[in-house]
Each structure stands twice: as structure tokens, then as C-alpha cells.
Design a binder for this molecule. Structure first.
Ligand code: FMN
Length: 139
């Protein structure tokens, strides 16, 4: 089974988790980059506001074809209780009928506030959410 891990990371913690998973799963690793580079300040404002609104951000075009993978893992940090905006962009790019796993990194280890909606985003794209995981990374 061919697997790819798409991850967005601002501070490097999601990247570390993605790298671990890539080894465990023998998966290809792909870093999602926003066109407008963020710093901590514009991650807080407007980043948190946008994540809470489920707004997508502009990312650099993917240089891979997601259709070529059987399973797609998506990792992102939690901002203000919701996945960071780049996560929403990736969801929009998913081919239909894919098996998807989500891993969300947060200081507190919980995305409870947004989990149900995030699950719906995947099913709305006709993808099967095989696993949803919260990872506690600390602040
Ligand atoms: C703008 C911003 C908002 C955050 N909001 C939350 C939050 O609501 N709940 C939480 O547990 N952690 C929150 N955190 C902590 C991050 O989710 C956590 O440190 C994550 O692992 C960072 O991933 P990264 O290093 O890949 O960017 C926030 C961090 C930032 C920068």
C-alpha cells in the first residue's frame, strides 16, 4: 500500500511527528508550505481566527499527484482549538474515495472542540477517515 504524509508545521513539532510516522509506515513525506510565510504573531492573529472559521490558506502548489497513493495522512497543528488553515486547503485538494488518517498536534493534546466538524470535512469529500489522532506536543 502506498502512503503519503502531508503535513503543515509552523514550529517544527508536527514535522517531528510526521517524520516518525514516515519511518513507521514507510511513507512518503511531503511538507505543505503556505505562500505567505507566517510568524508566531500572524499565526495568532489572524491565524487562530481563520482556523476557527475553517478558512483555507494559500499554499504552494503540490508537486505530487495524490491520486497515486492508496492512503493519505494529514498532519497539522491546532490553533485556537481548530486545525491550522493549511489543513483546510489540503482537505480541498483530496481526491474522492481516499482512505485518510488525520493527526493533529497541540499543546494540550486535544482537538475536541473541532473534532466532529473535521470528521465531517473528510466525509463531505467522500473520503474514509480511517484514523483520527490527537498528539500532545506541549506548548
Ligand atoms: C497560534 C497558535 C495557537 C495555538 N492554539 C492551541 C490551542 O488552542 N490548543 C492547544 O492545545 N495548543 C495550541 N497551540 C500549540 C500548538 O498546537 C502546538 O504547540 C503544536 O504542536 C505546534 O505544532 P508545530 O510546531 O508543528 O507548528 C497553539 C500554537 C499556536 C502557535
Amino acid at each position: 500500500m502506498s502512503t503519503i504524509i502531508l503535513y503543515y508545521s509552523l514550529g517544527g513539532r508536527t514535522k517531528v511527528e510526521a517524520e516518525k510516522l514516515a519511518v513507521q509506515r514507510d511513507a512518503e513525506l511531503y511538507a505543505i508550505e503556505e505562500v505567505k510565510r507566517r510568524n508566531i504573531l500572524n499565526a495568532l492573529i489572524p491565524g487562530c481566527f481563520h482556523s476557527r472559521k475553517r478558512k483555507a490558506s494559500e499554499i504552494r502548489p503540490l508537486s505530487i499527484d495524490l491520486n497515486g497513493f492508496d492512503r493519505i495522512l494529514i498532519g497539522a497543528p491546532i490553533w485556537g482549538g481548530f486545525p491550522a488553515p493549511a489543513f483546510n486547503t489540503v482537505i480541498q485538494l483530496l481526491p474522492e474515495n481516499k482512505e485518510v488518517e488525520v493527526f493533529l498536534c497541540s499543546g494540550g493534546g486535544s482537538s475536541a472542540l473541532s473534532e466532529e466538524g473535521t470528521r465531517h470535512m473528510l466525509t463531505d469529500r467522500n473520503c474514509t477517515l480511517v484514523e483520527y489522532r490527537d498528539i500532545k506536543t506541549g506548548k
